[in-house]
Ligand binder design. Structure first.
Ligand code: SAM
Length: 274
């Protein structure tokens, strides 16, 4: 599974070039697109077409080639195979047939956008393409809006305004978002703002409606689950008997609450007793 560039051809890896030059056959989505890519790097290779609609049948043919001792690389039109692209069906079939599936990592619009977004959130949910129709899109978004994870969407130019409009309606106009457009290409644009502001900005500038898009939406603000009174019940006897640090550490083990919250309460309880 070989990743190829998402725009800038210099993002190809040395290992990708070595593997593509070394395999017996390359399975590609659009053989014309991939033929051009390989020609650019001076690689002449026999190509077979593996697309969503024929992936199962092609997987069988590729396994037959593996059984005959050949090696096969799979690439998609751009980026990493299996990320909103064909690849998973082939990989599963190759695993099932007992042959190794080897990733050759590289560019993906997902990782490029998240790395530049600058949201300090430990969890990210990659959604990929949302449904094309507003009703289904809003239903899908309603389930995602309260999650404490960054959510990441791929979107096509003819739907970007509608998609942003629905995102702002469901997530709220104040939610932070990064729109990553035309990553690694000449007109790369990375804009971080609120959903409300972004819809207006994109609507007013037709240029910002062109190209390829990744949307990275900030996580829902953490809901305060802290039950202060319940934590105080645990903390109070510990604070009375133990040094503050130890009391907080034990209270954290018991309650699972964030350390800094417990520490603040422990300090308050200690002061109240003095
Ligand atoms: N497998 C690819 C990957 O690893 O990123 C994704 C393929 S998916 C069919 C195509 C979508 O990825 C586009 O509609 C867009 O949302 C996103 N995408 C691909 N290249 C991009 C780029 N250069 N800039 C922004 N988004 C891009």
């Amino acid at each position: 599974m070989v990743a190829t560039p998402i725009g800038n051809l210099r993002d190809i890896s040395q290992r990708a070039l070595d593997v593509l030059a070394g395999v017996d056959v390359v399975a590609a989505e659009d053989t014309r697109v991939s033929g051009q890519l390989l020609r650019h790097f001076g690689i002449q290779k026999s190509l077979v077409s593996l697309r969503e609609h024929n992936e199962r049948a092609m997987a069988e043919r590729i396994i037959a080639r593996l059984a005959a001792g050949e090696s096969v690389a799979q690439i998609s039109d751009a980026g990493t195979p299996g990320i909103s692209d064909p690849g998973a069906v082939l990989a599963a079939a190759v695993h099932a047939a007992g042959y190794p599936v080897v990733p050759v990592p590289g560019a993906s619009a997902l990782t490029a956008a998240v790395s530049a977004a600058g949201f300090n959130c430990p969890h990210t949910l990659f959604y990929g393409f949302l449904p094309p129709k507003t009703k289904q899109r809003c239903d899908a978004l309603a389930a995602l809006a309260p999650l404490p994870y960054l959510t990441v969407y791929y979107e096509a130019p003819h739907r970007i305004v509608d998609c942003l409009t629905d995102l702002a309606a469901v997530f709220g106009a104040e939610r932070q978002v990064v729109m990553a457009r035309e990553l690694t290409k000449t007109f790369e644009t990375i804009r971080r703002t609120t959903l409300g502001e972004l819809v207006e900005w994109v609507k007013q500038d037709a240029n910002q409606q062109r190209g390829e898009f990744v949307l990275v939406v900030d996580a829902a603000a953490e809901v305060e689950h802290t039950d202060e009174a319940a934590h105080d019940t645990v903390l109070a006897p510990l604070v009375a008997e133990l040094p503050l640090k130890q009391a907080v550490a034990l209270a954290q083990t018991i309650t699972g609450a964030p350390r800094n919250q417990l520490y603040e309460r422990a300090l308050a309880l200690k002061k109240a007793k003095q």
